[in-house]
Design a binder for this molecule. Sequence first.
Ligand code: 1GP
Length: 244
Amino acid sequence: MTVKEYLFKKMSEGTIHMTLIDPDKQPAELAAEIARTAEGMGSDAIMIGGSTDVTQENLDATAKAIKAVVDIPVIYFPSGAHALSRHCDALYFMSMMNSRNLRMVMGEQVTASQIVKMLGIEPVSMGYIIVEPGMKVGEVGQAEVIKRDDVKTAVSYALAAEYLGMSMVYLEAGSGAPQPVPPAMVATVKSQISIPLLVGGGIRDPQTALAAKEAGANAIITGTLVEGQDYSTRLGEVIAAIKG
Ligand code: 1GP
C-alpha cells in the first residue's frame, strides 16, 4: 500500500492525527523517542519538517532514527528543495498556493521533481493554504495570508487545489499560532470540496482538536505539542479527543 492509500484508508474511517517533528528542535534520538511515543498513543503518521533550519544532515539523521523505531509512515513536510531525504516513506509534493513568491508556488517543486524521482520517494500532492496569522511559515513563505473571517477566499483556494488535481488540501494557521484555523472556515471549506482536508497550527488542547474534528477536518496536525517537557499526557489527550 502506498502512503497515500494508507492515509486515504485511515481518513475514510475517521479523523486522523499526524505528529509533526521539526528536525532542528532536538537531537535525532529524542525525535525518535517522540515519534515512538506518538505512535504508541495512536498517532497515524509522523511528519518531519520545519520552516527554517532544516538541513540535509538534520533531516537525514532524524528520518533515519524515526524510521528505525516506528511502523507508521514517515512523511517529509518540506520547506523547499534544499533538503530531501530518501529515509522518508513519502513527501508532500506541495504548493503554497497563496504565496506571493513563485518559488514557493512552483519553483521549488520544479527543482525537486527529478531528485524525488531518482530517490524513489513517494510524492503525495497537496495544496497548502496559509490562514492568518500564518506565523513563521507565512512569513518565510511570503504568504498572502487569508483573513480569519474570509471563508470565501479559503474555499476558492481549496477548490482550485482540487480542480488542479491535488490529492488533499491543508489549511495552516502556522506553528504556534495563538488561535487555530476557525472551525467555521474548516466546516465551510470541507462542505465545498471532495478531497481530504488537513488542518494544523495552534492546536494544543483536546477542546481545540475536537472543534477541528467536528468541523470536518480529515486530519489534524500538531507540532508544538511534542516540543515541551512532559508532552505525552497532553498528546494523549489530544489524540483521544480526535479518535473518541
Ligand atoms: C504544522 O503548523 C502545524 O503545519 C503545527 O502547528 O506547532 O502549532 O501544532 P503547531
